[in-house]
Design a protein around this ligand. Structure first.
Ligand code: COA
Length: 191
């Protein structure tokens, strides 16, 4: 029997709902993504609400698991229904067995365990339901909160590229962290 993979995906955790980011979320996205201090390691910082709308319409795939695209989960706090951040999934591998992950939380919601809670569920879904082989995160070596987050989730440091990316006119380093399916307990049986 073949298992049909749903293209509209919702995941839940104890405190969070993860659902596809939609154009109606542009204002929330703009509010936390436009904070230049919190997002200083990010390649994309929206200058306006219109730019946030265009980002969702033009750069985010409406369906998950399409090779060569980014899909974006909105991270919603169940208790309030408010969007507190997003998780990006880049399906970058020709065989579609590898995914790059990125996570952003609004400043007020950092330091409360929400990112690890959301990502654990996403990682479990990617390995168990979408049968991925390897996940990566590409992180600026100065972004210690992000490094701590991915190392807590079991990712290994794999590579350090020197001055490989031009971030707003400055050449910055990137580190690659990776997690193989066989390295984690976040794989559910019988899925
Ligand atoms: C990267 C980022 C998502 C990490 O967020 P975070 O809040 O540090 O990560 P978590 O939500 O897992 O929270 C972990 C912290 O919450 C604390 N915490 C509090 N309550 C907790 C709970 N109930 N469960 C687990 N941890 C809890 C942990 O002790 C930890 O604290 P510490 O940072 O002092 O060690 C966040 O810093 C961010 O959005 N940065 C800007 C965007 C960015 O640069 N993204 C990286 C792109 S790859």
């Amino acid at each position: 029997m073949t298992t049909e993979i749903k293209t509209v995906v919702e995941l839940t955790t104890a405190r969070l709902l993860l659902r596809p980011l939609q154009t109606g979320d542009a204002e929330d996205l703009y509010n936390y993504r436009s904070d230049r201090n919190i997002n200083r390691y990010q390649g994309w910082i929206p200058e306006s609400l219109e730019e946030a709308e265009r980002f969702i319409m033009e750069r985010v795939s409406p369906v998950i698991n399409v090779n060569g695209t980014w899909f974006q989960f909105a991270v919603v706090l169940k208790a309030t229904g408010k969007i507190i951040g997003d998780i990006g999934l880049h399906f970058f591998d020709n065989e579609n067995r590898q995914v790059e992950l990125g996570c952003t939380l609004a400043g007020y919601y950092q330091g409360k365990g929400y990112a690890a809670e959301a990502l654990s569920q996403v990682i479990s879904y990617l390995f168990s339901t979408l049968d991925k082989h390897r996940l990566i995160a590409v992180i600026d070596p100065e972004n210690l909160r992000s490094i701590n987050l991915f190392e807590r989730l079991g990712f290994r440091r794999e590579a350090h590229f020197r001055k490989c990316r031009n971030l707003n006119g400055t050449w910055v380093d990137d580190m690659v962290f990776a997690l193989l399916r066989e390295e984690t307990t976040l794989v559910r049986d019988n899925d």
